[in-house]
Design a binder for this molecule. Sequence first.
Ligand SMILES: NC(=O)c1ccc[n+]([C@@H]2O[C@H](COP(=O)([O-])OP(=O)(O)OC[C@H]3O[C@@H](n4cnc5c(N)ncnc54)[C@H](O)[C@@H]3O)[C@@H](O)[C@H]2O)c1
Length: 362
Amino acid sequence: MKKMKIGIVGCGDISGIYMKNLQTAFADRAEVIAVAARTMSNVEKKAAQYGIPKALTVDELMADPDIELVLNLTIPAAHYEINKKALLVGKHVYSEKPLAIELEDGQELLALAAEKGLMIGCAPDTVMGGALQLCRHLIEESAIGKPLSAEVTLHKHGPESEHPAPAFLYQHGAGPVFDYGPYYLSALVSLLGPVREVCTMSGKGFETRTCTVPGPNEGVSFPVEVPTHVTGTALLESGALATITFSFDRWTTREDRMVIYGTEGTLYLGNPDQFGDTVRLMKADESEPSVVQNELAFNENSRGLGVWDMIGAIEDGRKPVASGTIALHVLEIMHALIRSGEEKRFVKIESACSQPPVFQKG
Ligand SMILES: NC(=O)c1ccc[n+]([C@@H]2O[C@H](COP(=O)([O-])OP(=O)(O)OC[C@H]3O[C@@H](n4cnc5c(N)ncnc54)[C@H](O)[C@@H]3O)[C@@H](O)[C@H]2O)c1
């Protein structure tokens, strides 16, 4: 397979693991030839650190005829703009999550990609990791019988104790639903298929938050502009019901973030935003779950796996696992979770998608 030439836009916190993995584990399909971002000094530093030949401005990267695929690692507020620019100049796109903030923008990106005959893929690729693929196999092998319901629970006391500049995580396009929803909802769709309707209630535990991370923002308070506790139910196309909670308002150590209840047993997954968290299974005749040995690959931080798969998909003329179609469906679910709480009504999900293909053979 000919290697695809990649230009990366964004060289912040998450970019290092992509650069490392694309130049090692996934280097058989990918060649990172350029990097760009807003601040040229950072771009030059990253290019030197990872031996990337070209340190460019965003406009130079978009105009570079050698680049075939743009990997968008910018902040969510810039995803739509960068994804669109890349498609307009004829490059495939793989974007960090979410695909865009506004639903209409996500729809426009998919339509543009289709019109141009280009592929658009989107994180998270954790659904391709060892843990979620093991869950996928167990469900397909009927280890828990027919899945009837699920619990999807993201809860923590917010990122102000983890992120050095957390204010944006409490603004439109972030909060627990938009920051974590892509992982948890992509996992749900990957395991149980698409969602048809949601109903939620939402609240805000605190009107302001204070950064506690040492650095320039330590002690700085900022307003909370989005709901920080959203809880409700989703009806899946399969008929299964999922109880969904996204909360930044809880002090908790509870570990099982995703539980699937079937007719013959229950499957427990620690954290679906990891590639390889522990999977446990309890059969109907057992009184407690046991850890399932995981012999599948990609249990370590394998960010870039979705790009690697998408390059294969372009080559083979098939759909990628971490597809724009699923990302758009997830974007619509996230908006629906917020809207249902605000408007106090059931919200239907209009976008169609099918369960992504199994990625790792059992
Ligand atoms: N940091 C994490 O642990 C993490 C984990 C998983 C996913 N993500 C996702 O990765 C993406 C990037 O996160 P991050 O933590 O690396 O952010 P960051 O703020 O550390 O870095 C963002 C980069 O994007 C660049 N950028 C921002 N706006 C731009 C624009 N308009 N044009 C060009 N460049 C622009 C910045 O210059 C910077 O280089 C986000 O979508 C985030 O949701 C982050």
